[in-house]
Ligand binder design. Structure first.
Ligand SMILES: [Zn+2]
Length: 298
């Protein structure tokens, strides 16, 4: 076994233990600090996008900084487009990544979500080199298939990777949207002001399944779990003047404190809105959504 292989494997193991198991989120500091491999400290990233630890021959990770939240776009749903380092295809970083492609080496993709916070995806593979457009094509895989790959049907690998990358894309967009919303609303429910991030969701006003359901702050609300569900099920609605309305039959119902305070108590309340006016929900989107609420109620 060569040393590169051992370090790569150790890096994946370390990520499995260190990144959030559900979201893949990991602080930048941890990535820079990395882990000990024997007596050598191995970082997972540096300021350079295509990163190769000194003791390795070929790159270990590729990174997109958080200042570029939707950069490194996708081609279709399942292929990541990763820009070259600079504009010279013969730069050592680009040569290294090209070599990783030829040898089918698994890499880590680090996507900056907010300053200091990254979403880690591994293993990803470089599957195409496009010098005319100065970019690489990459795809993810669901498991570490470094060794078994040669015996597998290449169609199976392609389908599995396409699926994995599509999942990654959804996850990256969801993380970026959540981050935007939580910052705008200062991590508190826009209905009840609850301030526990672990109980809050970034809710879409127009659902993301709709073409108008863009992942922008003006199409979102920070909502606690119960208010998110009540909003989605049209138990609570928001009118275009930023006031909450409760479905009529709910107002007539009598039950315990959750119904009394949590739902009925919201009637007529004003939304808790972001400090910056340009981050407030878009009135047209609210109106469109509110029409649906009225229709369901009526
Ligand atoms: Zn709430």
């Amino acid at each position: 076994m060569d040393q590169d292989f051992l370090i790569r494997t150790a890096a994946f193991d370390w990520l499995s233990r260190t990144a959030n198991p559900e979201t893949g989120m990991i602080p930048w500091k941890e990535l820079q600090q990395g882990f000990m491999f024997g007596d050598t400290r191995i970082s997972l990233a540096s300021m350079q996008g295509i990163f190769k630890p000194k003791v390795m021959q070929l790159p270990l990770s590729i990174r997109t900084s958080p200042e570029d939240p939707y950069g490194d776009g996708f081609e279709g749903k399942d292929v990541l487009l990763y820009k070259y380092f600079g504009t010279n295809p013969a730069h050592p970083a680009n040569v290294g990544l090209r070599e990783a492609m030829k040898r089918r080496l698994p890499l880590v993709y680090l996507k900056g979500i907010s300053p200091g916070n990254y979403c880690a995806v591994w293993p990803v593979y470089i599957i195409g080199d496009d010098p005319a457009n100065l970019l690489f094509r990459a795809t993810a895989d669901m498991q570490f298939s470094y060794q078994v790959e040669k015996e597998e049907d290449s169609n199976v690998i392609t389908i599995r990777r396409g699926y994995a990358m599509a999942q990654v894309r959804v996850r990256l967009h969801a993380q970026s949207f959540r981050d935007l919303i939580m910052r705008a609303y200062n991590s508190s429910c826009s209905f009840c002001n609850l301030k526990h991030a672990e109980l809050l969701d970034a809710a879409h006003i127009i659902p993301d399944s709709d073409a108008l359901g863009v992942p922008e702050v003006t199409n979102g609300l920070a909502l606690c779990k119960i208010h998110h569900a009540a909003f989605d099920k049209n138990i609570l609605g928001v009118n275009p003047d930023y006031h909450i309305e409760v479905r009529e039959d709910i107002l007539e119902e009598v039950d315990g404190p959750m119904l009394q305070y949590g739902l009925k108590g919201m009637q007529g309340c004003e939304l808790h809105l972001p400090k910056q006016h340009n981050q407030w929900p878009d009135r047209e989107q609210l109106e469109k959504r509110f029409d649906e609420f009225i229709r369901k109620v009526g």
